[in-house]
Design a protein around this ligand. Sequence first.
Ligand code: ADP
Ligand code: MG
Length: 436
Amino acid sequence: MQGQRVLLRVDFNVPLSDGKIVDDSRIRAAVPTIKALLDGGASVVIMSHLGRPDGRVVDGLRLRPAAERLTQLIRVNVPTTGDALGVGTDDAVRRLRPGELLLLENVRFHAGEERNDPAFAERLASYGDVFVNDAFGAAHRAHASTVGVAAYLPSYVGLLMEQEVEALSNLLEKPARPFAAIVGGGKVSSKVAVLEALIKKVDLLILGGGVANTFLVASGRSVGKSLYESKMVDDARRILKLAQDRGVRVLLPVDGVVAKEVTRGTEFKVVSTDKLPASWHMVDLGPASITAIREALAPIKTILWNGPLGVFEIPSFAVATRELAKVAAEKADAGATVVVGGGDSIAALRQLGVAEKMTHLSTGGGASLEFLEGRDLPGLAVVPTAGSPYETLPIIYVSPVKPGGKAAAKRAPAKPKPIIKPSALDDEDDESDTLA
Ligand code: ADP
Ligand code: MG
């Protein structure tokens, strides 16, 4: 690393409220790689996106708050540029010395970022001798700063990326059994693919939150005014059938907390899920369901949890999420592997002060789900992984197949064109949906 200029992609897409960072997990998660590079004598040019400025400059989405937070964390001043490109930036990069770093302004202020425009990528690539991708949360995006630049520079993954891939691969490939997945949160539509993939891996599936409501409908109950997705009922039925065929136990809520309105201070009561009243909303799991979950988890050795079990933002409806967080912390203490993914789920754990007890917190929302679905993440696929990810290799690209898939590896032409285009995977669900 000594004397190298490293172009480092991180995921500083943190939730902001009134210009203040609400949760700095993603910045903290990037620190080990940044420190390792600086300590190794590299100069580091950092790139990130923040929010969805759609190719325009949006003052509320400048990266300055992230730079200030990083400065506090690493105790080294982190200057930012006013623009990801430009004469001033060229100059600042040129003046950078070993052991110094610089944060480029939000790359999504340029339309070329999300389009993976080769000219934009080439300009960014001119700021480094090598590229290190440590933005796991953006690895499911084939953008200029995650994929495009890899066409012009020798490319590596960072320590966070390595840790994420290792933790999630272990879940899929060699989980200690029995293995349980707990899936909650708002919508089935964003989780149907991962549910389908998980059914093939787990011994037990526990459903909660709005997700469970759609499954309750699929199993013949009515859910009143509760959040559920009528279009997803057939998918839910299919998943239940798949579970049955494979002998996977599915735990649906037997009781729930129903509320007149989904607001603070509203009237609420506990009812059986066989008798959900027509004009109420189910907003949390009830005590019998919580007990059932606790019992079902007793023998479990591996837990994957994504999605809160109720509307946890309202304290009265955070009971099941809080209880599960406690159980998860106890299980992790007792030696089970507990992996939690999802912005809101991790926020809930932080609120309860048990986040640090978990085996692994996955920083990528959409990226974690897509990885667990077994999809190839473009941001990983461009990095040569033959042998060690840190092995020095000539520029190699890998087409969007398995990371490290040798058959598809090609040597880059002198004037390479990025081969991964912004793909069909590029839909709504973008990482930090807690983003204000
Ligand atoms: P994560 O960010 O952890 O992946 P999701 O984004 O899928 O989780 O879901 C979190 C959201 O789901 C929260 O805003 C929460 O209020 C909502 N939610 C959970 N349970 C319910 C429910 N029963 N009804 C409506 N919304 C719910
Ligand atoms: Mg969320």
